[in-house]
Design a protein around this ligand. Structure first.
Ligand SMILES: Cc1cc2nc3c(=O)[nH]c(=O)nc-3n(C[C@H](O)[C@H](O)[C@H](O)COP(=O)(O)OP(=O)(O)OC[C@H]3O[C@@H](n4cnc5c(N)ncnc54)[C@H](O)[C@@H]3O)c2cc1C
Length: 369
């Protein structure tokens, strides 16, 4: 007999933890199976000598979804932080997104100015490269975007869909230098691991337990709902072939005597001669630490065998393979399987969307239990 008030969750990242929290609040017994030996997934924060760093990359919470903001703020304390990114172009440090008022510093300014005066009225969405060129002209694109994109994605920008650039590449003229414009923005004072730990407080957690569909008979009773937040090619043992991802490798360095080592939390490096794409200094998020000696910087190198960014190829091959895996998930008769989160939906989602998906998934399961 299946229990109407219990549920299995595969993955203890932000999506799985939010679903676990909401289901437990609604009276479910929740069991979470996590492949790693630690919880938190991609948003995990680590600390060294009181200084935070993020082994999987910089994370800033930003959202217009007030219910999501209220939920995460209930489970950990956020401090205000407005994220800023700079981009190094030779000896210049420019704001990212680019601001028109800073561009006259560039030696190429006369050419840039001419190109900006003759931009098309609407962006060209043929592919990533056409979109960016139609937004900022050839010269700025070459200086700031093309090489960075080639490093980050390991392929020509023409092979990427314009959707990768929409909402990420901008040319601003309002002198607003925050990366995000959302109503709610912040950084958790004790790091994201604290948030995930608190969300998982009522769940039974099994660490070091990778799960595939072959394990369902062992971990879930027939008919018991299972939330899958792992990648579907992993969950189905790669049966239809691997989904393509672009991964990054982060290399950390502790700098003992230094309070802050760079101009902003993230510095982008578009120069092809620099092998890393950006440098991250998470300490920027906590103002109370700014005068404390010692900082940690992480250089992000592209091209690691890790599932960080789904690859939106302009031919749509990866989307089609994901759809085939989703059809397999829907056809499972032993358990109702629900895909949620960045890995299982093969999509780049921000943390607020992960929390929203976790909540919506829990509500869907609770409605049908
Ligand atoms: C480089 C980078 C920077 C980012 N920066 C930001 C940012 O600044 N702001 C923002 O809002 N968002 C950011 N994001 C997005 C954010 O990381 C995601 O929204 C969030 O991690 C999604 O959580 P998740 O639980 O869906 O996935 P994950 O965190 O990946 O969690 C999935 C969990 O499932 C586990 N798992 C996987 N396979 C199995 C298996 N077979 N069996 C059992 N367990 C398994 C994994 O170990 C992991 O713990 C960034 C993403 C990247 C890649």
């Amino acid at each position: 007999m299946n229990s109407p008030k219990s549920c299995v969750i595969v993955g203890a990242g932000l999506t799985g933890a939010t679903a676990a929290c909401e289901l437990a609040r609604q009276g479910f017994r929740v069991r979470v199976y996590e492949r790693a030996d630690v919880i938190g997934g991609h948003v995990r924060t680590e600390w060294l000598r009181g200084i935070p760093y993020e082994p999987h990359g910089a994370h800033i919470f930003h959202t217009d979804d007030t219910a999501v903001w209220n939920l995460v703020s209930k489970y950990t304390d956020f401090v205000p932080y407005q994220h800023r990114v700079t981009i190094r172009v030779r000896s210049h440090q420019l704001s990212w997104p680019l601001q028109r008022s800073e561009l006259s510093r560039l030696e190429e300014w006369p050419q840039v100015e001419r190109e900006l005066a003759s931009l098309p009225p609407a962006p060209d969405t043929t592919n990533f490269a056409t979109y960016c060129r139609s937004l900022m002209g050839q010269t700025l694109y070459d200086l700031c975007v093309r090489n960075y994109t080639m490093k980050q994605w390991g392929r020509a920008p023409e092979e990427l869909s314009a959707s990768v650039a929409v909402n990420r590449v901008e040319l601003r003229d309002d002198d607003y230098r925050g990366l995000f414009r959302d109503r709610h923005q912040g950084w958790p004072e004790r790091g994201y691991t604290d948030l995930v730990e608190n969300l998982l407080d009522s769940a039974e957690i099994h660490l070091g337990q990778p799960v595939t569909c072959d394990d369902l008979a062992e971990i879930a009773r027939p008919g018991e709902p299972v939330v899958v937040t792992s990648a579907l090619d992993d969950f189905f043992g790669g049966e239809l072939g691997p989904l393509e991802w672009r991964g990054v490798r982060l290399v950390s360095q502790f700098l003992p005597g230094i309070t802050l080592s760079q101009a902003s939390m993230v510095v982008n490096e578009p120069d092809l001669a620099v092998p890393w794409t950006r440098t991250i200094e998470t300490k920027w998020a906590l103002e109370k630490l700014h005068d404390v000696p010692g900082t940690i910087v992480l250089r992000e190198y592209p091209g690691a065998a890790a599932k960080h960014y789904p690859v939106p190829d302009s031919a749509g091959r990866n989307k089609a393979l994901q759809a085939a895996y989703e059809a397999k998930l829907a056809a499972c008769t032993r358990n109702p399987l629900v895909a949620a989160g960045r890995l299982a939906t093969y999509s780049y989602i921000n943390m607020d969307q992960a929390v929203r998906q976790g909540l919506d998934t829990a509500h869907r399961i609770a409605r049908t239990a």
